[in-house]
Each structure stands twice: as structure tokens, then as C-alpha cells.
Design a protein around this ligand. Structure first.
Ligand SMILES: *Cc1c(COP(=O)(O)O)cnc(C)c1O
Length: 388
């Protein structure tokens, strides 16, 4: 059985590097990882740099792993131009773990300001409420299609920090820039789904966190970039594994880190560096998202995108297909036809319905163009059928 599997492995086509063997993956996350990266992982899986063992099998205190984690940190610092007075941590527990870690570490005044623009920031509020008082910066809404105008935000003077989600993965709402906040209140951002997709000025933030599985690797590691004066304010009951000061003092090795995921993230970051850095990622994300939004906007209402144009996400594009009583059937048909072309994971989140195309770093312009072409063709065909 084992010998057989080994013999069969090269025949599955993966090693050949032919992308055609792979699906065209528009998944919202975990999402596509560049073929180039997966080939390196495959190559090194059993024998990392001549060690005779793989990254999953080596000590996290080994020299080899030290190079891996320091390399990943250096890439984060280089790509985002992270200032000296910020720590870069690699933690477990996902983006959702940070919903608790942020208040447990930073809510020293007992309250914080939260701007809710979609389901992820709403989840963060739910978690933060366990540890202190959450001030809603803008009134509650359940239709997340925009960002309330900054002039209407109600900040509170004693807030420990201002929290927002830079890109709402489910609703497709993205902040075009860093929100400005009074009184030097530290700005905290969940950048899980637009991490490493554009440049940002880290010095405008107190803390940024992003899970790897959208733009930079596999699930299991979350990068946290935190200004060092915010360390050491954690609550007594804050677990050590998510205490920024403890993890920082131990270079993210307080306990066994997600070694393999840090390794894969490092490879994805190298891939970004090799392909033009964040300028290129930003440029590509504009090109890709424009291809899809253009088809939607030119479709005469056959496709519709609910989000306010000013805040349309470059990463996640929710849209509906068709209108009226027929919509459900048409959308089923759309997914079915897309699947036949090997385009997968286009179904929208259950809370929103319709479709969602996620265009993270690893998704190519060519793949996106195939989706755009398919959408145009599908529309023309549907309208012809209606006429017939
Ligand atoms: C995916 C995602 C999360 C949750 O990440 P987990 O790793 O599942 O905890 C949080 N915030 C945003 C914006 C996300 O896209």
C-alpha cells in the first residue's frame, strides 16, 4: 500500500508544475497558495536542506528552525517596512484568537472603541465584551455594505484602543486607508484578509494582526505586529500563549509554535518579494478586482454588487447573479457551469447569499480573466435563453 502510494505520487501531475491540473481556486480561505511555493514544500517535505528530516519533524529550538522563523520575521519587516519599535510575533489561535488576545492584552482602561463594518468586526466585539466595555463607534447595522462616514464616529475619551477590520472578508467591505482617530488612541486592525496585499504605514497603528490562510499560507499561524509600548499591560488572567509580552520575550517560542505554517508563510513572503513586493501585489489586486467589478458594472443589472463603490474590497467580491424569482435557479446554474470550468469556491457566505470571488495574492490575472470571460459569456447566454 505504502510502496504503491509512493510509486503513484509522481503520476498525479503535481510535480510537473502544470497549473492546468489544479482547480482555479477563488476560495475565501483557506485559499490558494502559489504553485511555486507548494513545489518547494513538496521538494523539502522529507528532507529540509540536507538535514534528513522535514520541518514538521525538527526541533523548534534547532538552528534550522531559528533561521526559518527569523527569515519569516525579516520578510514581514522588509515588506511592510516595520519600524524598529514594533514587535513581530507568530501566534496560534487564528484571527479569532486575536479577538480575545487584543482586549486581554490592551484593554487596560476597561473599555475600547469598536467600529463594526461586517461580520468579522462584529465577532471581535462579541469576544471583547467578555473582558470589558465595548463602545460602538457607529450605530449597529446588519446590512454591511459601507463604512459609516468618519465625521459621525463617536469616540470615547477613555478607550484603550480603536478597533476595526481592514477588510471584511464575508461582506467585501475594505478600508481604503487607515482610519484617523483622536487623542493618539492606538489603532488596532484585523488585516487577516488583506494582509500583504498592499503597502501600509505601520507607524499609524498600535497593533495589526493577520492570519496566514488568506494571502500568505496555510491556517494555523497569525502574524501580530505590535508597538512595543503597548506590551506589558495585559490582564492577570491573560493566558501566556497569547500574552504579547511573554511571546515577545521568547521570540514567539514560549511554547512550540506552528513551525510548519511559519515555514510556509516564510516561503509565501519570499514569493511576494520575488514577484515585486507589495507594490506589485497592490497593482495586481487592482487589476484583478477591476476585471470582475467591470463585468458586474457593465452587465446592465444582470450582476449586482451590493457594496458602496468607495469601499469595494479588492480581495473579496460578493455579487448576485440574475434578479427576481429566477435568481436562485440562475445562481445554481452559474456555480454549476463555473465548476465545469474547474472554477471552485465561488459560492457566497451563507449569511450573504449569492456569489463571492476571492482574489488573494496567489490568484493570477489570467485566472481572474477566465472568470470575467465566463461571467460575460454566462450573461449573454442567459439573456439569449430568456429571449428564446
Ligand atoms: C478569516 C478571518 C478571520 C478568522 O480567522 P481564523 O483563523 O478562522 O480564526 C478573522 N478576521 C478576518 C478578517 C478573516 O478574514
Amino acid at each position: 500500500m505504502y510502496a504503491n502510494a509512493c510509486q503513484e505520487a509522481p503520476a498525479n501531475g503535481l510535480k510537473s508544475g502544470i497549473s492546468g491540473e489544479r482547480a482555479i481556486n477563488f476560495s475565501p480561505g483557506p485559499a490558494k497558495i502559489p504553485d511555486e511555493v507548494l513545489h518547494i514544500v513538496q521538494e523539502e517535505l522529507l528532507n529540509y536542506h540536507g538535514q534528513g528530516l522535514g520541518v514538521m519533524e525538527m526541533s523548534h529550538r534547532s538552528k534550522e528552525f531559528e533561521e526559518i522563523i527569523l527569515g519569516a520575521e525579516k520578510s514581514v519587516r522588509d515588506l511592510l517596512n516595520v519600524p524598529e519599535n514594533y514587535k513581530v510575533l507568530f501566534l496560534q489561535g487564528g484571527g479569532a484568537g486575536q479577538f480575545a488576545a487584543v482586549p486581554l492584552n490592551l484593554m487596560h482602561t476597561g473599555s475600547a472603541d469598536y467600529l463594526v463594518t461586517g461580520s468579522w468586526s462584529q465577532s471581535a466585539v462579541k469576544e471583547a465584551e467578555k473582558y470589558g466595555k465595548v463602545n460602538w463607534v457607529a450605530p449597529k447595522s446588519d446590512k454591511f455594505v459601507s463604512i459609516p462616514d468618519a465625521s459621525t464616529w463617536k469616540h470615547s475619551p477613555d478607550a484603550s484602543y480603536f478597533y476595526h477590520c481592514s477588510n471584511e472578508t464575508v461582506h467585501g467591505v475594505e478600508f481604503p486607508e487607515t482610519p484617523s482617530v483622536p487623542n493618539n488612541t492606538p489603532v488596532v486592525a484585523d488585516i487577516s484578509s488583506n494582509f500583504m496585499s498592499r503597502k501600509l504605514d505601520v507607524s499609524k497603528y498600535g497593533l495589526l494582526f493577520g492570519g496566514a490562510q488568506k494571502n500568505v499560507g496555510g491556517a494555523g499561524v497569525t502574524a501580530v505586529i505590535v508597538r512595543d509600548d503597548l506590551l506589558g499591560k495585559s490582564r492577570k488572567e491573560c493566558p501566556s500563549v497569547i500574552d504579547y509580552k511573554v511571546q515577545s520575550a521568547n521570540s514567539s517560542l514560549y511554547n512550540t509554535p506552528p513551525c510548519f505554517n511559519i515555514y510556509v508563510m516564510g516561503l509565501c513572503l519570499n514569493w511576494i518579494q520575488k514577484h515585486g513586493g507589495l507594490d506589485a501585489m497592490e497593482d495586481l489586486s487592482r487589476q484583478k478586482s477591476s476585471l470582475i467589478y467591470d463585468v458586474i458594472d457593465r452587465s446592465n443589472g444582470f450582476y449586482s454588487a451590493p457594496v458602496d463603490r468607495r469601499y469595494r474590497s479588492r480581495m473579496n467580491i460578493p455579487f448576485r447573479v440574475g434578479t427576481g424569482a429566477d435568481q436562485e435557479r440562475v445562481e445554481k446554474e452559474f456555480l454549476h457551469e463555473a465548476q465545469k470550468l474547474r472554477m471552485v469556491s465561488l459560492k457566497g457566505h451563507r449569511s450573504v447569499g449569492g456569489m463571492r470571488a476571492s482574489l488573494y495574492n496567489a490568484v493570477t490575472v489570467e485566472e481572474t480573466r477566465m472568470l470575467a470571460d465566463f461571467m460575460e459569456e454566462f450573461r449573454d447566454r442567459s439573456l439569449d435563453e430568456q429571449k428564446a
